[in-house]
Write a protein that binds this ligand. Structure first.
Ligand SMILES: *Cc1c(COP(=O)(O)O)cnc(C)c1O
Length: 358
């Protein structure tokens, strides 16, 4: 820290992103939940042809993308907002809907950015413990907290999904507080809460093009909610960076929404491979939580989580280990192609030979 750093940030611990090895690295990359597939060829062609001249600012209203997305998500254009990745809209939500007097609440095991955004914005926060052993979110724990609630659904890194009815119970029990439902992984098999935005003016749903739409590097996320919430978020956006979506990403986003069939096929391939990989891990004695996302959260009694992470890395497979007390035995494994899963299983069979096969 330099002697010039603002005192209000002196205690801030920034988010630690998953490792991004160099492009030429031979590592099998299963650590940050990206799609193994590139954007669709037609989306890339669309972006090449339709990117607005780069000497001009991008469209701050994202008009074309917003109009198309409103049709795709079946909402009004006033009910959605695009941001630079969904991390940006989550930060905007902490800025817009929390303050020193109105704190935040989120699960003790969830997306690691929530506590960082809370600290960044001087928001007091409460970490609500997941149910012991099952790691489930208990909706009742969030009833009437008098705080802005952040819930990832499916949750990360567990992959466990709440039903729309369970989310609705949280909305009903908190009519005077915003409930943010982070649906970064909803396209891999869960039911979205977006239709509820028409009935609950306290619901903000966030989604992203990073996971299911193969655009992690292009940075595009969105929020869906009642026009009042979206107006507030726009106030924050226009007070920080009106051109938060660059013209290349805008065009690629449109191209991607014009080829939804491709997105569907990619998600289907990933979810099928997830279920296959989970079965393979269970056959090898792993405990694997029931994931509705594009990753698995798994542990084995035969090796500590951090040691397994290291051993896998030495065998060329990169996964994610979180050194937090309740989950230190686990690793989070991104689901990519079948070939990537086979490389993972080969490495595991080398590290932990099948019992009786030595
Ligand atoms: C990946 C992720 C995000 C954000 O991704 P962006 O790339 O910023 O859109 C948000 N929430 C959760 C739970 C995630 O895992």
């Amino acid at each position: 820290m330099s002697r010039f750093f603002s005192e209000k940030y002196s205690a801030l611990t920034p988010y630690t992103p998953g490792e991004q090895p160099r492009a030429e690295s031979p590592l099998v990359k299963l650590n940050t939940n990206e799609s193994p597939y590139p954007p669709s060829p037609s989306a890339l062609a669309y972006a090449r042809e339709h990117t607005r001249s780069l000497n001009l600012y991008s469209d701050p209203t994202c008009r074309e993308l917003v109009e198309l997305a409103a049709e795709v998500w079946d909402v009004a254009p006033e009910e959605l907002l695009f941001t630079n990745g969904s991390d940006e809209i989550l930060n905007f939500a902490f800025m817009a809907f929390c303050d020193a007097g109105r704190g935040a609440a989120f699960p003790d095991i969830s997306y690691g950015f929530y506590p960082v955004f809370a600290q960044l914005n001087g928001v007091p926060y409460m970490e609500v413990p997941l149910e012991q052993d099952s790691f489930r979110i208990r909706p009742e724990d969030y009833f009437g907290l008098g705080r802005t609630i952040f819930i990832a659904n499916p949750n990360a890194p567990t992959g466990l999904l709440l039903s729309v009815g369970e989310i609705e119970s949280i909305l009903r029990a908190n009519p005077d507080n915003v409930v943010v439902v982070d649906e970064a992984y909803i396209d891999f098999g869960g039911s979205s809460c977006v239709p509820l935005i028409h009935r609950y003016d306290n619901l903000l749903v966030t989604q992203t093009f990073s996971k299911s739409r193969s655009m992690a590097g292009a940075r595009l996320g969105l929020g869906l909610g009642s026009p009042g919430l979206i107006r507030d978020l726009n106030t924050i956006k226009y007070s920080t960076n009106p051109y938060n979506i660059n013209s290349m990403t805008l065009a690629l986003g449109i191209g991607t929404l014009l080829d939804r069939d491709y997105t569907c096929r990619c998600c289907k391939a990933v979810s099928e491979n997830r279920d296959w990989t989970a079965a393979q891990l269970r056959q090898r004695g792993f405990t694997v939580l029931d994931s509705a996302a594009n990753f698995l959260f798994a542990k084995t009694e035969r090796m500590e989580g951090g040691a397994l992470y290291e051993a896998l890395k030495n065998r060329g497979v990169l996964v994610r280990h979180f050194d937090k007390p309740r989950i230190t035995r686990y690793n989070r494994i991104t689901i990519g192609t079948r070939a990537q899963s086979m490389a993972l299983l080969d490495a595991l069979d080398w590290i932990l030979p099948k019992e009786g096969s030595v």
